[in-house]
Each structure stands twice: as structure tokens, then as C-alpha cells.
Ligand binder design. Sequence first.
Ligand code: GLA
Length: 406
Amino acid sequence: MSIYYSNSANRRADLIEQARQAFIERFGPEPAAVGVAPGRVELLGNHTDYNEGFVLTAAIDRGIAIAGSTREVPTARVASLERNDTATFDPQKPQRDPQALWSDYVKGIVDQLAKAGATVGGFDAMIASDIPTGAGVSSSAALLVSTAQLLLNLHPHPIAGDPMGLAKLARRAENEFVGAPVGLLDQFSSVFGRQGNALFLDCRTLEWRAVTLPTSEARILIADSRVKHALAAGGGYSERRAQCEAAAVWFADKEPTKNIRTLRDVTPEMLEAYAAELDPVLEKRARHIVYENKRVEMGAEALETGNVAAFGELMSHTHESCMRFFENSCDEVDTLTEIAVKHEGVYGAKLSGGGWGGCSVVIHRPEVTESLCAALTEGYQARFGREPSLLPTEAAQGAESFRFGI
Ligand code: GLA
């Protein structure tokens, strides 16, 4: 059974040390600084972010550390310990790799920092990661945000003191340079994460608040199907985004006085009133988003009033809505979710992230983690002939950077 138990307190320190040592082995001297950033788990609010809706998210205790130093030569050398690979490029003119490589995320940050007025010269960097890629826990945001943390430590700029500005800059790197039309959920979570807390974000006003997770009653398990997804332009993600936009335009036309900009502005009453007239596919997509926004608001309130059971139920409704209306799940993630919700001591489970693979997030009582992992492994193995990857995790602190030797 592949279960990776977290040893949370030391996990981040170990990761930083791994990056530091690998940097020395690869480049020689001690690195000057390190940026570290976590991945995230989407607790509620699936595909609501780019519809200017609400999300409930948490940073997790897994992420990326990138250790680095400036160099005299105006070239950047960025190595990945995990991939045993080095990318070399000119930081004044970062070019996207035709094969869409991991290094595009680093280059995208360099590009956006330059656009924000920072001067990024030559540097060496080493990446260490303890976050699975393609598992729906946003290794990409961890790489973007940790790189920004490192480079801002090496090249100070006022944006370092503006966390929301930093999250937005990282999102632009992903949208404009990498070419993935994602919302702000992942980068926000990675920057703002708080130990033991979920984060509620209004993706229109960018107002947010921390919501305590009752860790004595509820734990987070990430059940990764090991089906890889990709969010780059051209896939189901962009298609869903376009359908949501088309549905919003349709409603705006129907209700010209209501100032509808996005599906955020469509109420359940409007949806029900017009459901029969709208194109059936757009109706399903809109139904998912409109009610998902309600679920996020209700879910935050449930946690705030200590009602974990109600929160879990909302998660399971979200999963059903993904299956029936947004159609962004897959057999593997459905199977994990179904096994989980049948298990004793489980409050609820749902697909986390873009979809078409990745993971199910399961909220459960602390004492059932082990039996739940056994049931998931057994059931998944019986159905698909291979094991899922199981990560018990906890809500962790957001990104930070340090200088070595001070
Ligand atoms: C991916 C994207 C996010 C968000 C989720 C779905 O993780 O990066 O912006 O849209 O999918 O909620």
C-alpha cells in the first residue's frame, strides 16, 4: 500500500535542506537564499474561480523549495533534482520551450517580474519537491510561487510586500507564458496558506478570510488516482471555461438590467427560470457553477459553526455535480470518491482541481485514516489493477523565503 504519512513539522525544513545540498552538489558554493511554496487542496469551489465566484481552499504540507544565488554571467541555470534535468536560458529574454517543460513555470515568473519592473540577472537555482505532479494538488503553483519568492529575495522589489499582487503575478505567468487559462485559486492558496486553516476567497473582490479546520475531528486525505491531467490550452479545461463564458453572455442578454458579467451574477432563481430555454450543455455547466457558489458559502459557514458533517455533505454534493453537470471527473476519481464516502467516519469527498484525473479529497475522522487508506487501496486495485497514491495531509503555512547563513 503506498501511503505517505506526513511528518509535518520537519517536512518543510527537510525539503529546504534537500534543495540546499543538491545546489551545492550541482553548482559548488552555498546558495544565497531559498524560496519555498506549498501545493493546495480545493475543499469546495470547483471551477468557480475564473467565474468570479467563491472558493474554499487550503495550502498543504507538501511543496517545492528552490535554492539559488545570483551569478556574474547573465545566464540562468535552473536544475530540478527530481527530474535530473537543467534548463539554461537568458533571463532577459525567456522563451517558452516548444515541448512545454517544467522550466516554463520558472521562465514565466522571470518574464512577469521583468514586466513588473524587477531586474532579474543571471542566477543558478536548484528545485527540490515533495509534491506529486499531475495529482490535482497544484505542483505548478508551488513552482511558480517558490520561484517568485526566491527571485524576489535575490532581487528585492516592492511586490514582495504585496501578497495578493504576488499571487496575481504568478497567475499571469501561468496564463500568459505557460498558456494555461487557470483562475487564481492555486496561486492564492500557495501564497496565503495558514497552518490549520482553510481560506475562503471571493474571486471577484479578492476579499478573503481564514476558516479554522477542526483538526481534532477532521483530517484531510488526498487520494490520487494517478491519472495525469493537463490544463494547458486546448483541453477540457479551456472548453469548460468558454462554455461558462458563453452561458454568462446568454444570461446577460436575457436579463439586460441585471448587469451580468460572469456566472457569479446568475442566481439559482434565474437559472431555474430560464433552464428550459438555455442550450442543454450550457445549462449543465451553469447549474454546476451557480450552485457550487452557494455550496462554498454554506460550507464556510458550516465550518465556522463547527458543523463538519454538513460541510462533508456539501463536498459530496459537489462531486455529484462534477459528475452530472460539469462532466469533469473520470471513473478513477469517481471510484475513489465512492469508496471513501461509504467508509465509516468519512464526512465527505470530492474531486479536487481541474478534473479528468488527479485526486479526490476526503475529509474524515482522525481515527479512520488507516482503515480508509486500506479500503481505498483494496477497492481501487480490484477495479483498476493498480494502487492509488494516498497522502494524508494537513492545512499548512503559505510561501516564504529565507537567506542562508544569516
Ligand atoms: C485548476 C486551476 C484552478 C481552478 C481549478 C478548478 O486547479 O488551476 O484555477 O480553476 O482547476 O477549481
